[in-house]
Unconditional design. Sequence first.
Length: 358
Amino acid sequence: MKFRNFKLVGYVIFGRGAFNQLDEILAPQRKGDAPMIFFVDQFFKDKPAFTGRIPLQGKDKVVFIDVTHEPKTKYVDQLRDELKAEFGQVSGIIGIGGGSTMDMAKAVSLMMTNPGSSADYQGWDLVKQPGVYKAGIPTLSGTGAEVSRTTVLTGPTRKLGMNSDYTPFDQIVLDPELIKDAPINQRFYTAMDCYIHCVESLEGTYLNAFSRSYGEKALELCQEIFLKKPHWDDDADEKLMMASYAGGMSIAYSQVGVAHAVSYGLSYVLGTHHGVGNCIVFDKLEEFYPQGVKEFKEMVQRHNVTIPQNITKGMSAADVDKMIDVSLSLAPLWENALGKDWQQQMTRERLRDLYAKL
Ligand code: NAD
Ligand code: ZN
């Protein structure tokens, strides 16, 4: 047995208002007059009360990130080219937003120092040089992108992360005030990404005590927030932020499972976003995760959230085949979920039937 020796995030600051310390956190990371580049979710474009708090100095620049589509390798390469053309080198990249914006920050940081296209690095341990300094500041909680060693990118031939020891952030700023105003449906979809990470990790064959400890805690926080609290409050924001962190730590040493494997196919072919895609799939996974799905349905009902239905209706056979190909290519996810003989269990026909239910 070979154990994974993985790299964690460098520095973590947690607390209501922690964002106000960003200026002093970044000061030692500034290299001469090379600017800090702030990747900010486009949601904040017309929110000067927030963007005015970004500690800009000298040639620093805010780049609003278009997250209409989840990050693509083309977009990563384009931003890298633009920054190189404008500044040569930069002191760092700070991603402020949901999982998409944080992933863009990680990917562009790596591509500032690694040659070629980000598509060349989709896979495991292909990145050879550390990127420029990078920090992540979530404004939505659930994906665990703030702690993970991957950045999920859609490339010309696949949807796959740049998984490497250079991928984790050097610094994360966890300020629960920043997730406070997220709209209810979006907050729920992203939070359920965390809930599903926990179920898939805890029910998986890769589970060990490390993953279990974080996974159980994150699951308990999700249950408290979504099943016990009479209404959403500041405490819920704080707990959700920590659930996302712990959920991410849980899958660092295990893996996700069926919902993610199936949802990646949806996302590749239909462009379905990760959070809502996971919910669409998980809703139909009673046979794999009976207890988790039962609880999930209670949460959906309690929070009056809509889970889209019939999204694969009318798709061409070729598109369905493509989804099946993408999904079945994710061997570690299936192996974690179903065991070493997963290929006997998850045949193309069984997966086709599952997609037809969504
Ligand atoms: P997101 O980043 O895609 O954003 C979803 C929507 O919420 C966007 O419209 C965005 O503008 C908006 N938004 C962000 N913050 C807001 C706020 N405070 N208030 C209101 N609206 C806000 O959503 P997400 O669910 O956080 O992230 C999903 C992405 O994360 C996907 O691209 C997925 O591939 C990636 N992901 C990465 C990892 C990883 O380990 N790197 C893990 C899971 C998911
Ligand atoms: Zn996920």
